[in-house]
Each structure stands twice: as C-alpha cells, then as structure tokens.
Design a protein around this ligand. Structure first.
Ligand code: ATP
Length: 309
C-alpha cells in the first residue's frame, strides 16, 4: 500500500479564535475511497480545504503524493481535484470552455479528446455548448466534477457531492466514483448521507468537534460496532420478564407480545441457544423469531454521542 495523502497533527484555529481542527492525523492509501462523516460544523470542509492548500493550517503538515502542500503547493495541487460544496461557476460561460479552461489553469496542454470523454461520462456532452446558467442544479454539480477531473488528478475530494440532488443523480455519482476508482483515483468524500458512505466507501472516518474520532475499514467497523437484536414473538403476552430470564439483556416490546434480546456480534457465543432454552423453561411459547443488525447510521449516532469512546 502506498500513502497518497498524509496528514500529521493538523490544527486550524480561525481568526475568530474558533478551533475548527484540533490535531488530525490521517493517512489515505492510493486507490481507496474514504468517506468522512460528521455532524454540521464538525470540521470536514476545513479539513478538505487545508489538505487542498486553500486554508492555511495553524499547525501540522499535509503531504499529497509526497509533496508538502505548503512548501510545494504547485506539485501537490496538480495531483488534486476538488469538487466544492458550493457551486462556484461562471454563469455565462459555456460548459465546454469551463472545463477546458480549468485544465489549462493547471498547466496541462489542451486535450479535447479527454474533455470529451469526461463530459460524455458525466452525461454532459449534449450540453457542451450550453451556458452554465441554463443548466439545472444537478447538471451544474456534474460540471463541477468535470472541472475537477479535467487535469487528471490522482486524488479527488468531493465535499458533499450529492447534497440536495435527486436519487437518480446520486446513483449516477456513485457509478462515476466506481469508474474513477477502477482508474486508480483516490477519493475522499464528505457526506451527510450515511447510506452513501455505506454504499461506496472502503473506509469510514468520523469527525466531530474538530477531532477525528475514528477511521476504520467499513466492514470491520460494522462488524465491531453493529449490535444485533433477536426478536422473539410470543404466543401470549407477558406483563413482566420472568425472574429466570433476568440474566439475559432482554426488554419487552409490543405490550409484552415480544421480547428483544441484544447481543454482541463479536462475542464467541451469542447466548441465543441458552436464551431460547430458558424462554421455553419459563413456560413461554414462541410464535416467531427474527434477527436484525444495527445500520451504519445507528453506529454513527452512537459514536458521535459518546465522542469516539
Ligand atoms: N472562515 C471561518 N471563520 C470562522 N469560523 C469558521 C470559518 N469557516 C468555518 N468556521 C467554523 O468552523 C467549524 C467547522 O466548519 P466546517 O465548514 O469545516 O464544518 P463541516 O463539518 O464541513 O460542516 P457542514 O457539514 O455543515 O458542511 C464550524 O463551527 C464553522 O462555523
């Protein structure tokens, strides 16, 4: 594995005195998709801005492809594509020119074949001669991505790429991200849609209050933190949990028509066999049983609430 983005002890205190980043350490491997989740104001945009060299950090280091973002800005920035949260396009410019011009800004030679491919991949080819102000909001977002890709970056930052876009465009974006990943592009995205992180990320980072609470492989995170529940529907309701079942983590649901058992998925034993035996021994008759697992969303809410503990 090769690290493409290295962030060391990054701090940012705004002029107002507000400490938006409180010492972030993060290494991003080439070719991975990292989703940064966090509540509003957590510091996601500040982190991306500092990594991209748009915001000067108060302390700490950032290297992209081995280049220091402060000391060797030009070389580092050339490797980065940034899709900002805000739509910052020139309203009267044509789509084609917008994207072509952006490539030129990075000192890349004109390459109309590449620009055509990017526009086609983003379903923008038939809009190439349209003015930006004639596009819908979703199309403008696509233009932002086309712009960010025009100089062939190796690392793409997507700051809430799907905020406020419809489901169809969101799925289109996921497809585009997959294509880019296949080309070896590293992708870092911030999102409020946990479903999005669950669908496309290899690793998940959770930021809250300017601190990175955790960064972990998505699958490992879900395995480690997802709680499982077993729901036991009873033939006759109970008004309390029998004394003989008090050793189990049980609660009543549906006015006693069901018992919910919460268990740890990482434990060697789930305790289910013992529980079912004890339920029968307590004279209760089962109508049905089913299990469910907590989603990434529930895990996220728990982590942010507990501050990563
Ligand atoms: N230029 C600035 N001056 C002072 N404070 C700022 C500035 N920019 C951001 N902040 C503050 O820093 C904190 C982090 O903001 P940031 O935009 O990084 O959060 P975020 O995680 O991207 O939030 P959101 O999900 O709402 O986009 C917020 O409290 C914000 O008010």
């Amino acid at each position: 594995m090769t690290a493409i983005v290295e962030v060391e002890h990054l701090k940012k205190t705004y002029d107002s005195g507000f400490e938006a980043l409180k010492g972030i350490d993060l290494t991003i491997e080439q070719g991975e998709i990292l989703a940064l989740l966090g509540p509003n104001g957590a510091g996601k945009t500040t982190l991306i801005s500092a990594v991209c060299g748009i915001t000067a950090p108060t302390d700490g280091k950032v290297r992209v492809g081995g280049h220091d973002i402060q000391d060797d800005w030009r070389a580092a920035r050339k490797l980065i594509g940034l899709v900002p949260q805000e739509i910052n396009l020139e309203p009267f410019e044509l789509v084609m020119n917008t994207v072509r011009f952006s490539r030129g800004l990075f000192g890349r030679p004109r390459n109309d074949a590449l620009i055509e491919k990017i526009l086609r991949d983003l379903s923008l080819w038939d809009k190439k001669d349209s003015r930006i102000n004639a596009l819908s909001g979703g199309m403008k977002r696509r233009v932002l991505i086309a712009k960010a890709l025009s100089h062939e970056p190796r690392v793409l930052f997507l700051d809430e790429p799907t905020a406020g876009v419809d489901v169809e465009l969101r799925r289109d974006m996921w497809r585009i991200v997959e294509t880019l990943r296949a080309d070896g592009v590293t992708i870092i995205l911030t999102t409020h849609y946990i479903e999005e992180a669950e669908a496309i990320a290899d690793r998940i980072g959770i930021i809250s209050g300017g601190q990175l609470l955790l960064v972990e492989e998505k699958a490992a995170l879900m395995k480690r933190l997802a709680k499982k529940e077993l729901r036991i529907d009873l033939q006759s309701p109970v008004d309390h949990i029998p004394e003989t079942l008090s050793a189990f983590d049980l609660r009543r649901a549906d006015d006693g028509r069901a018992l919910i058992y919460t268990y740890d998925t990482t434990g060697e034993r789930t305790g289910i066999t013992r529980l079912l035996g004890a339920v029968q021994a307590a004279g209760l008759t089962l109508a049905d049983i089913r299990t469910s697992q907590s989603s990434l969303e529930e895990i996220f809410v728990d982590i942010v609430k507990d501050g990563g503990k």
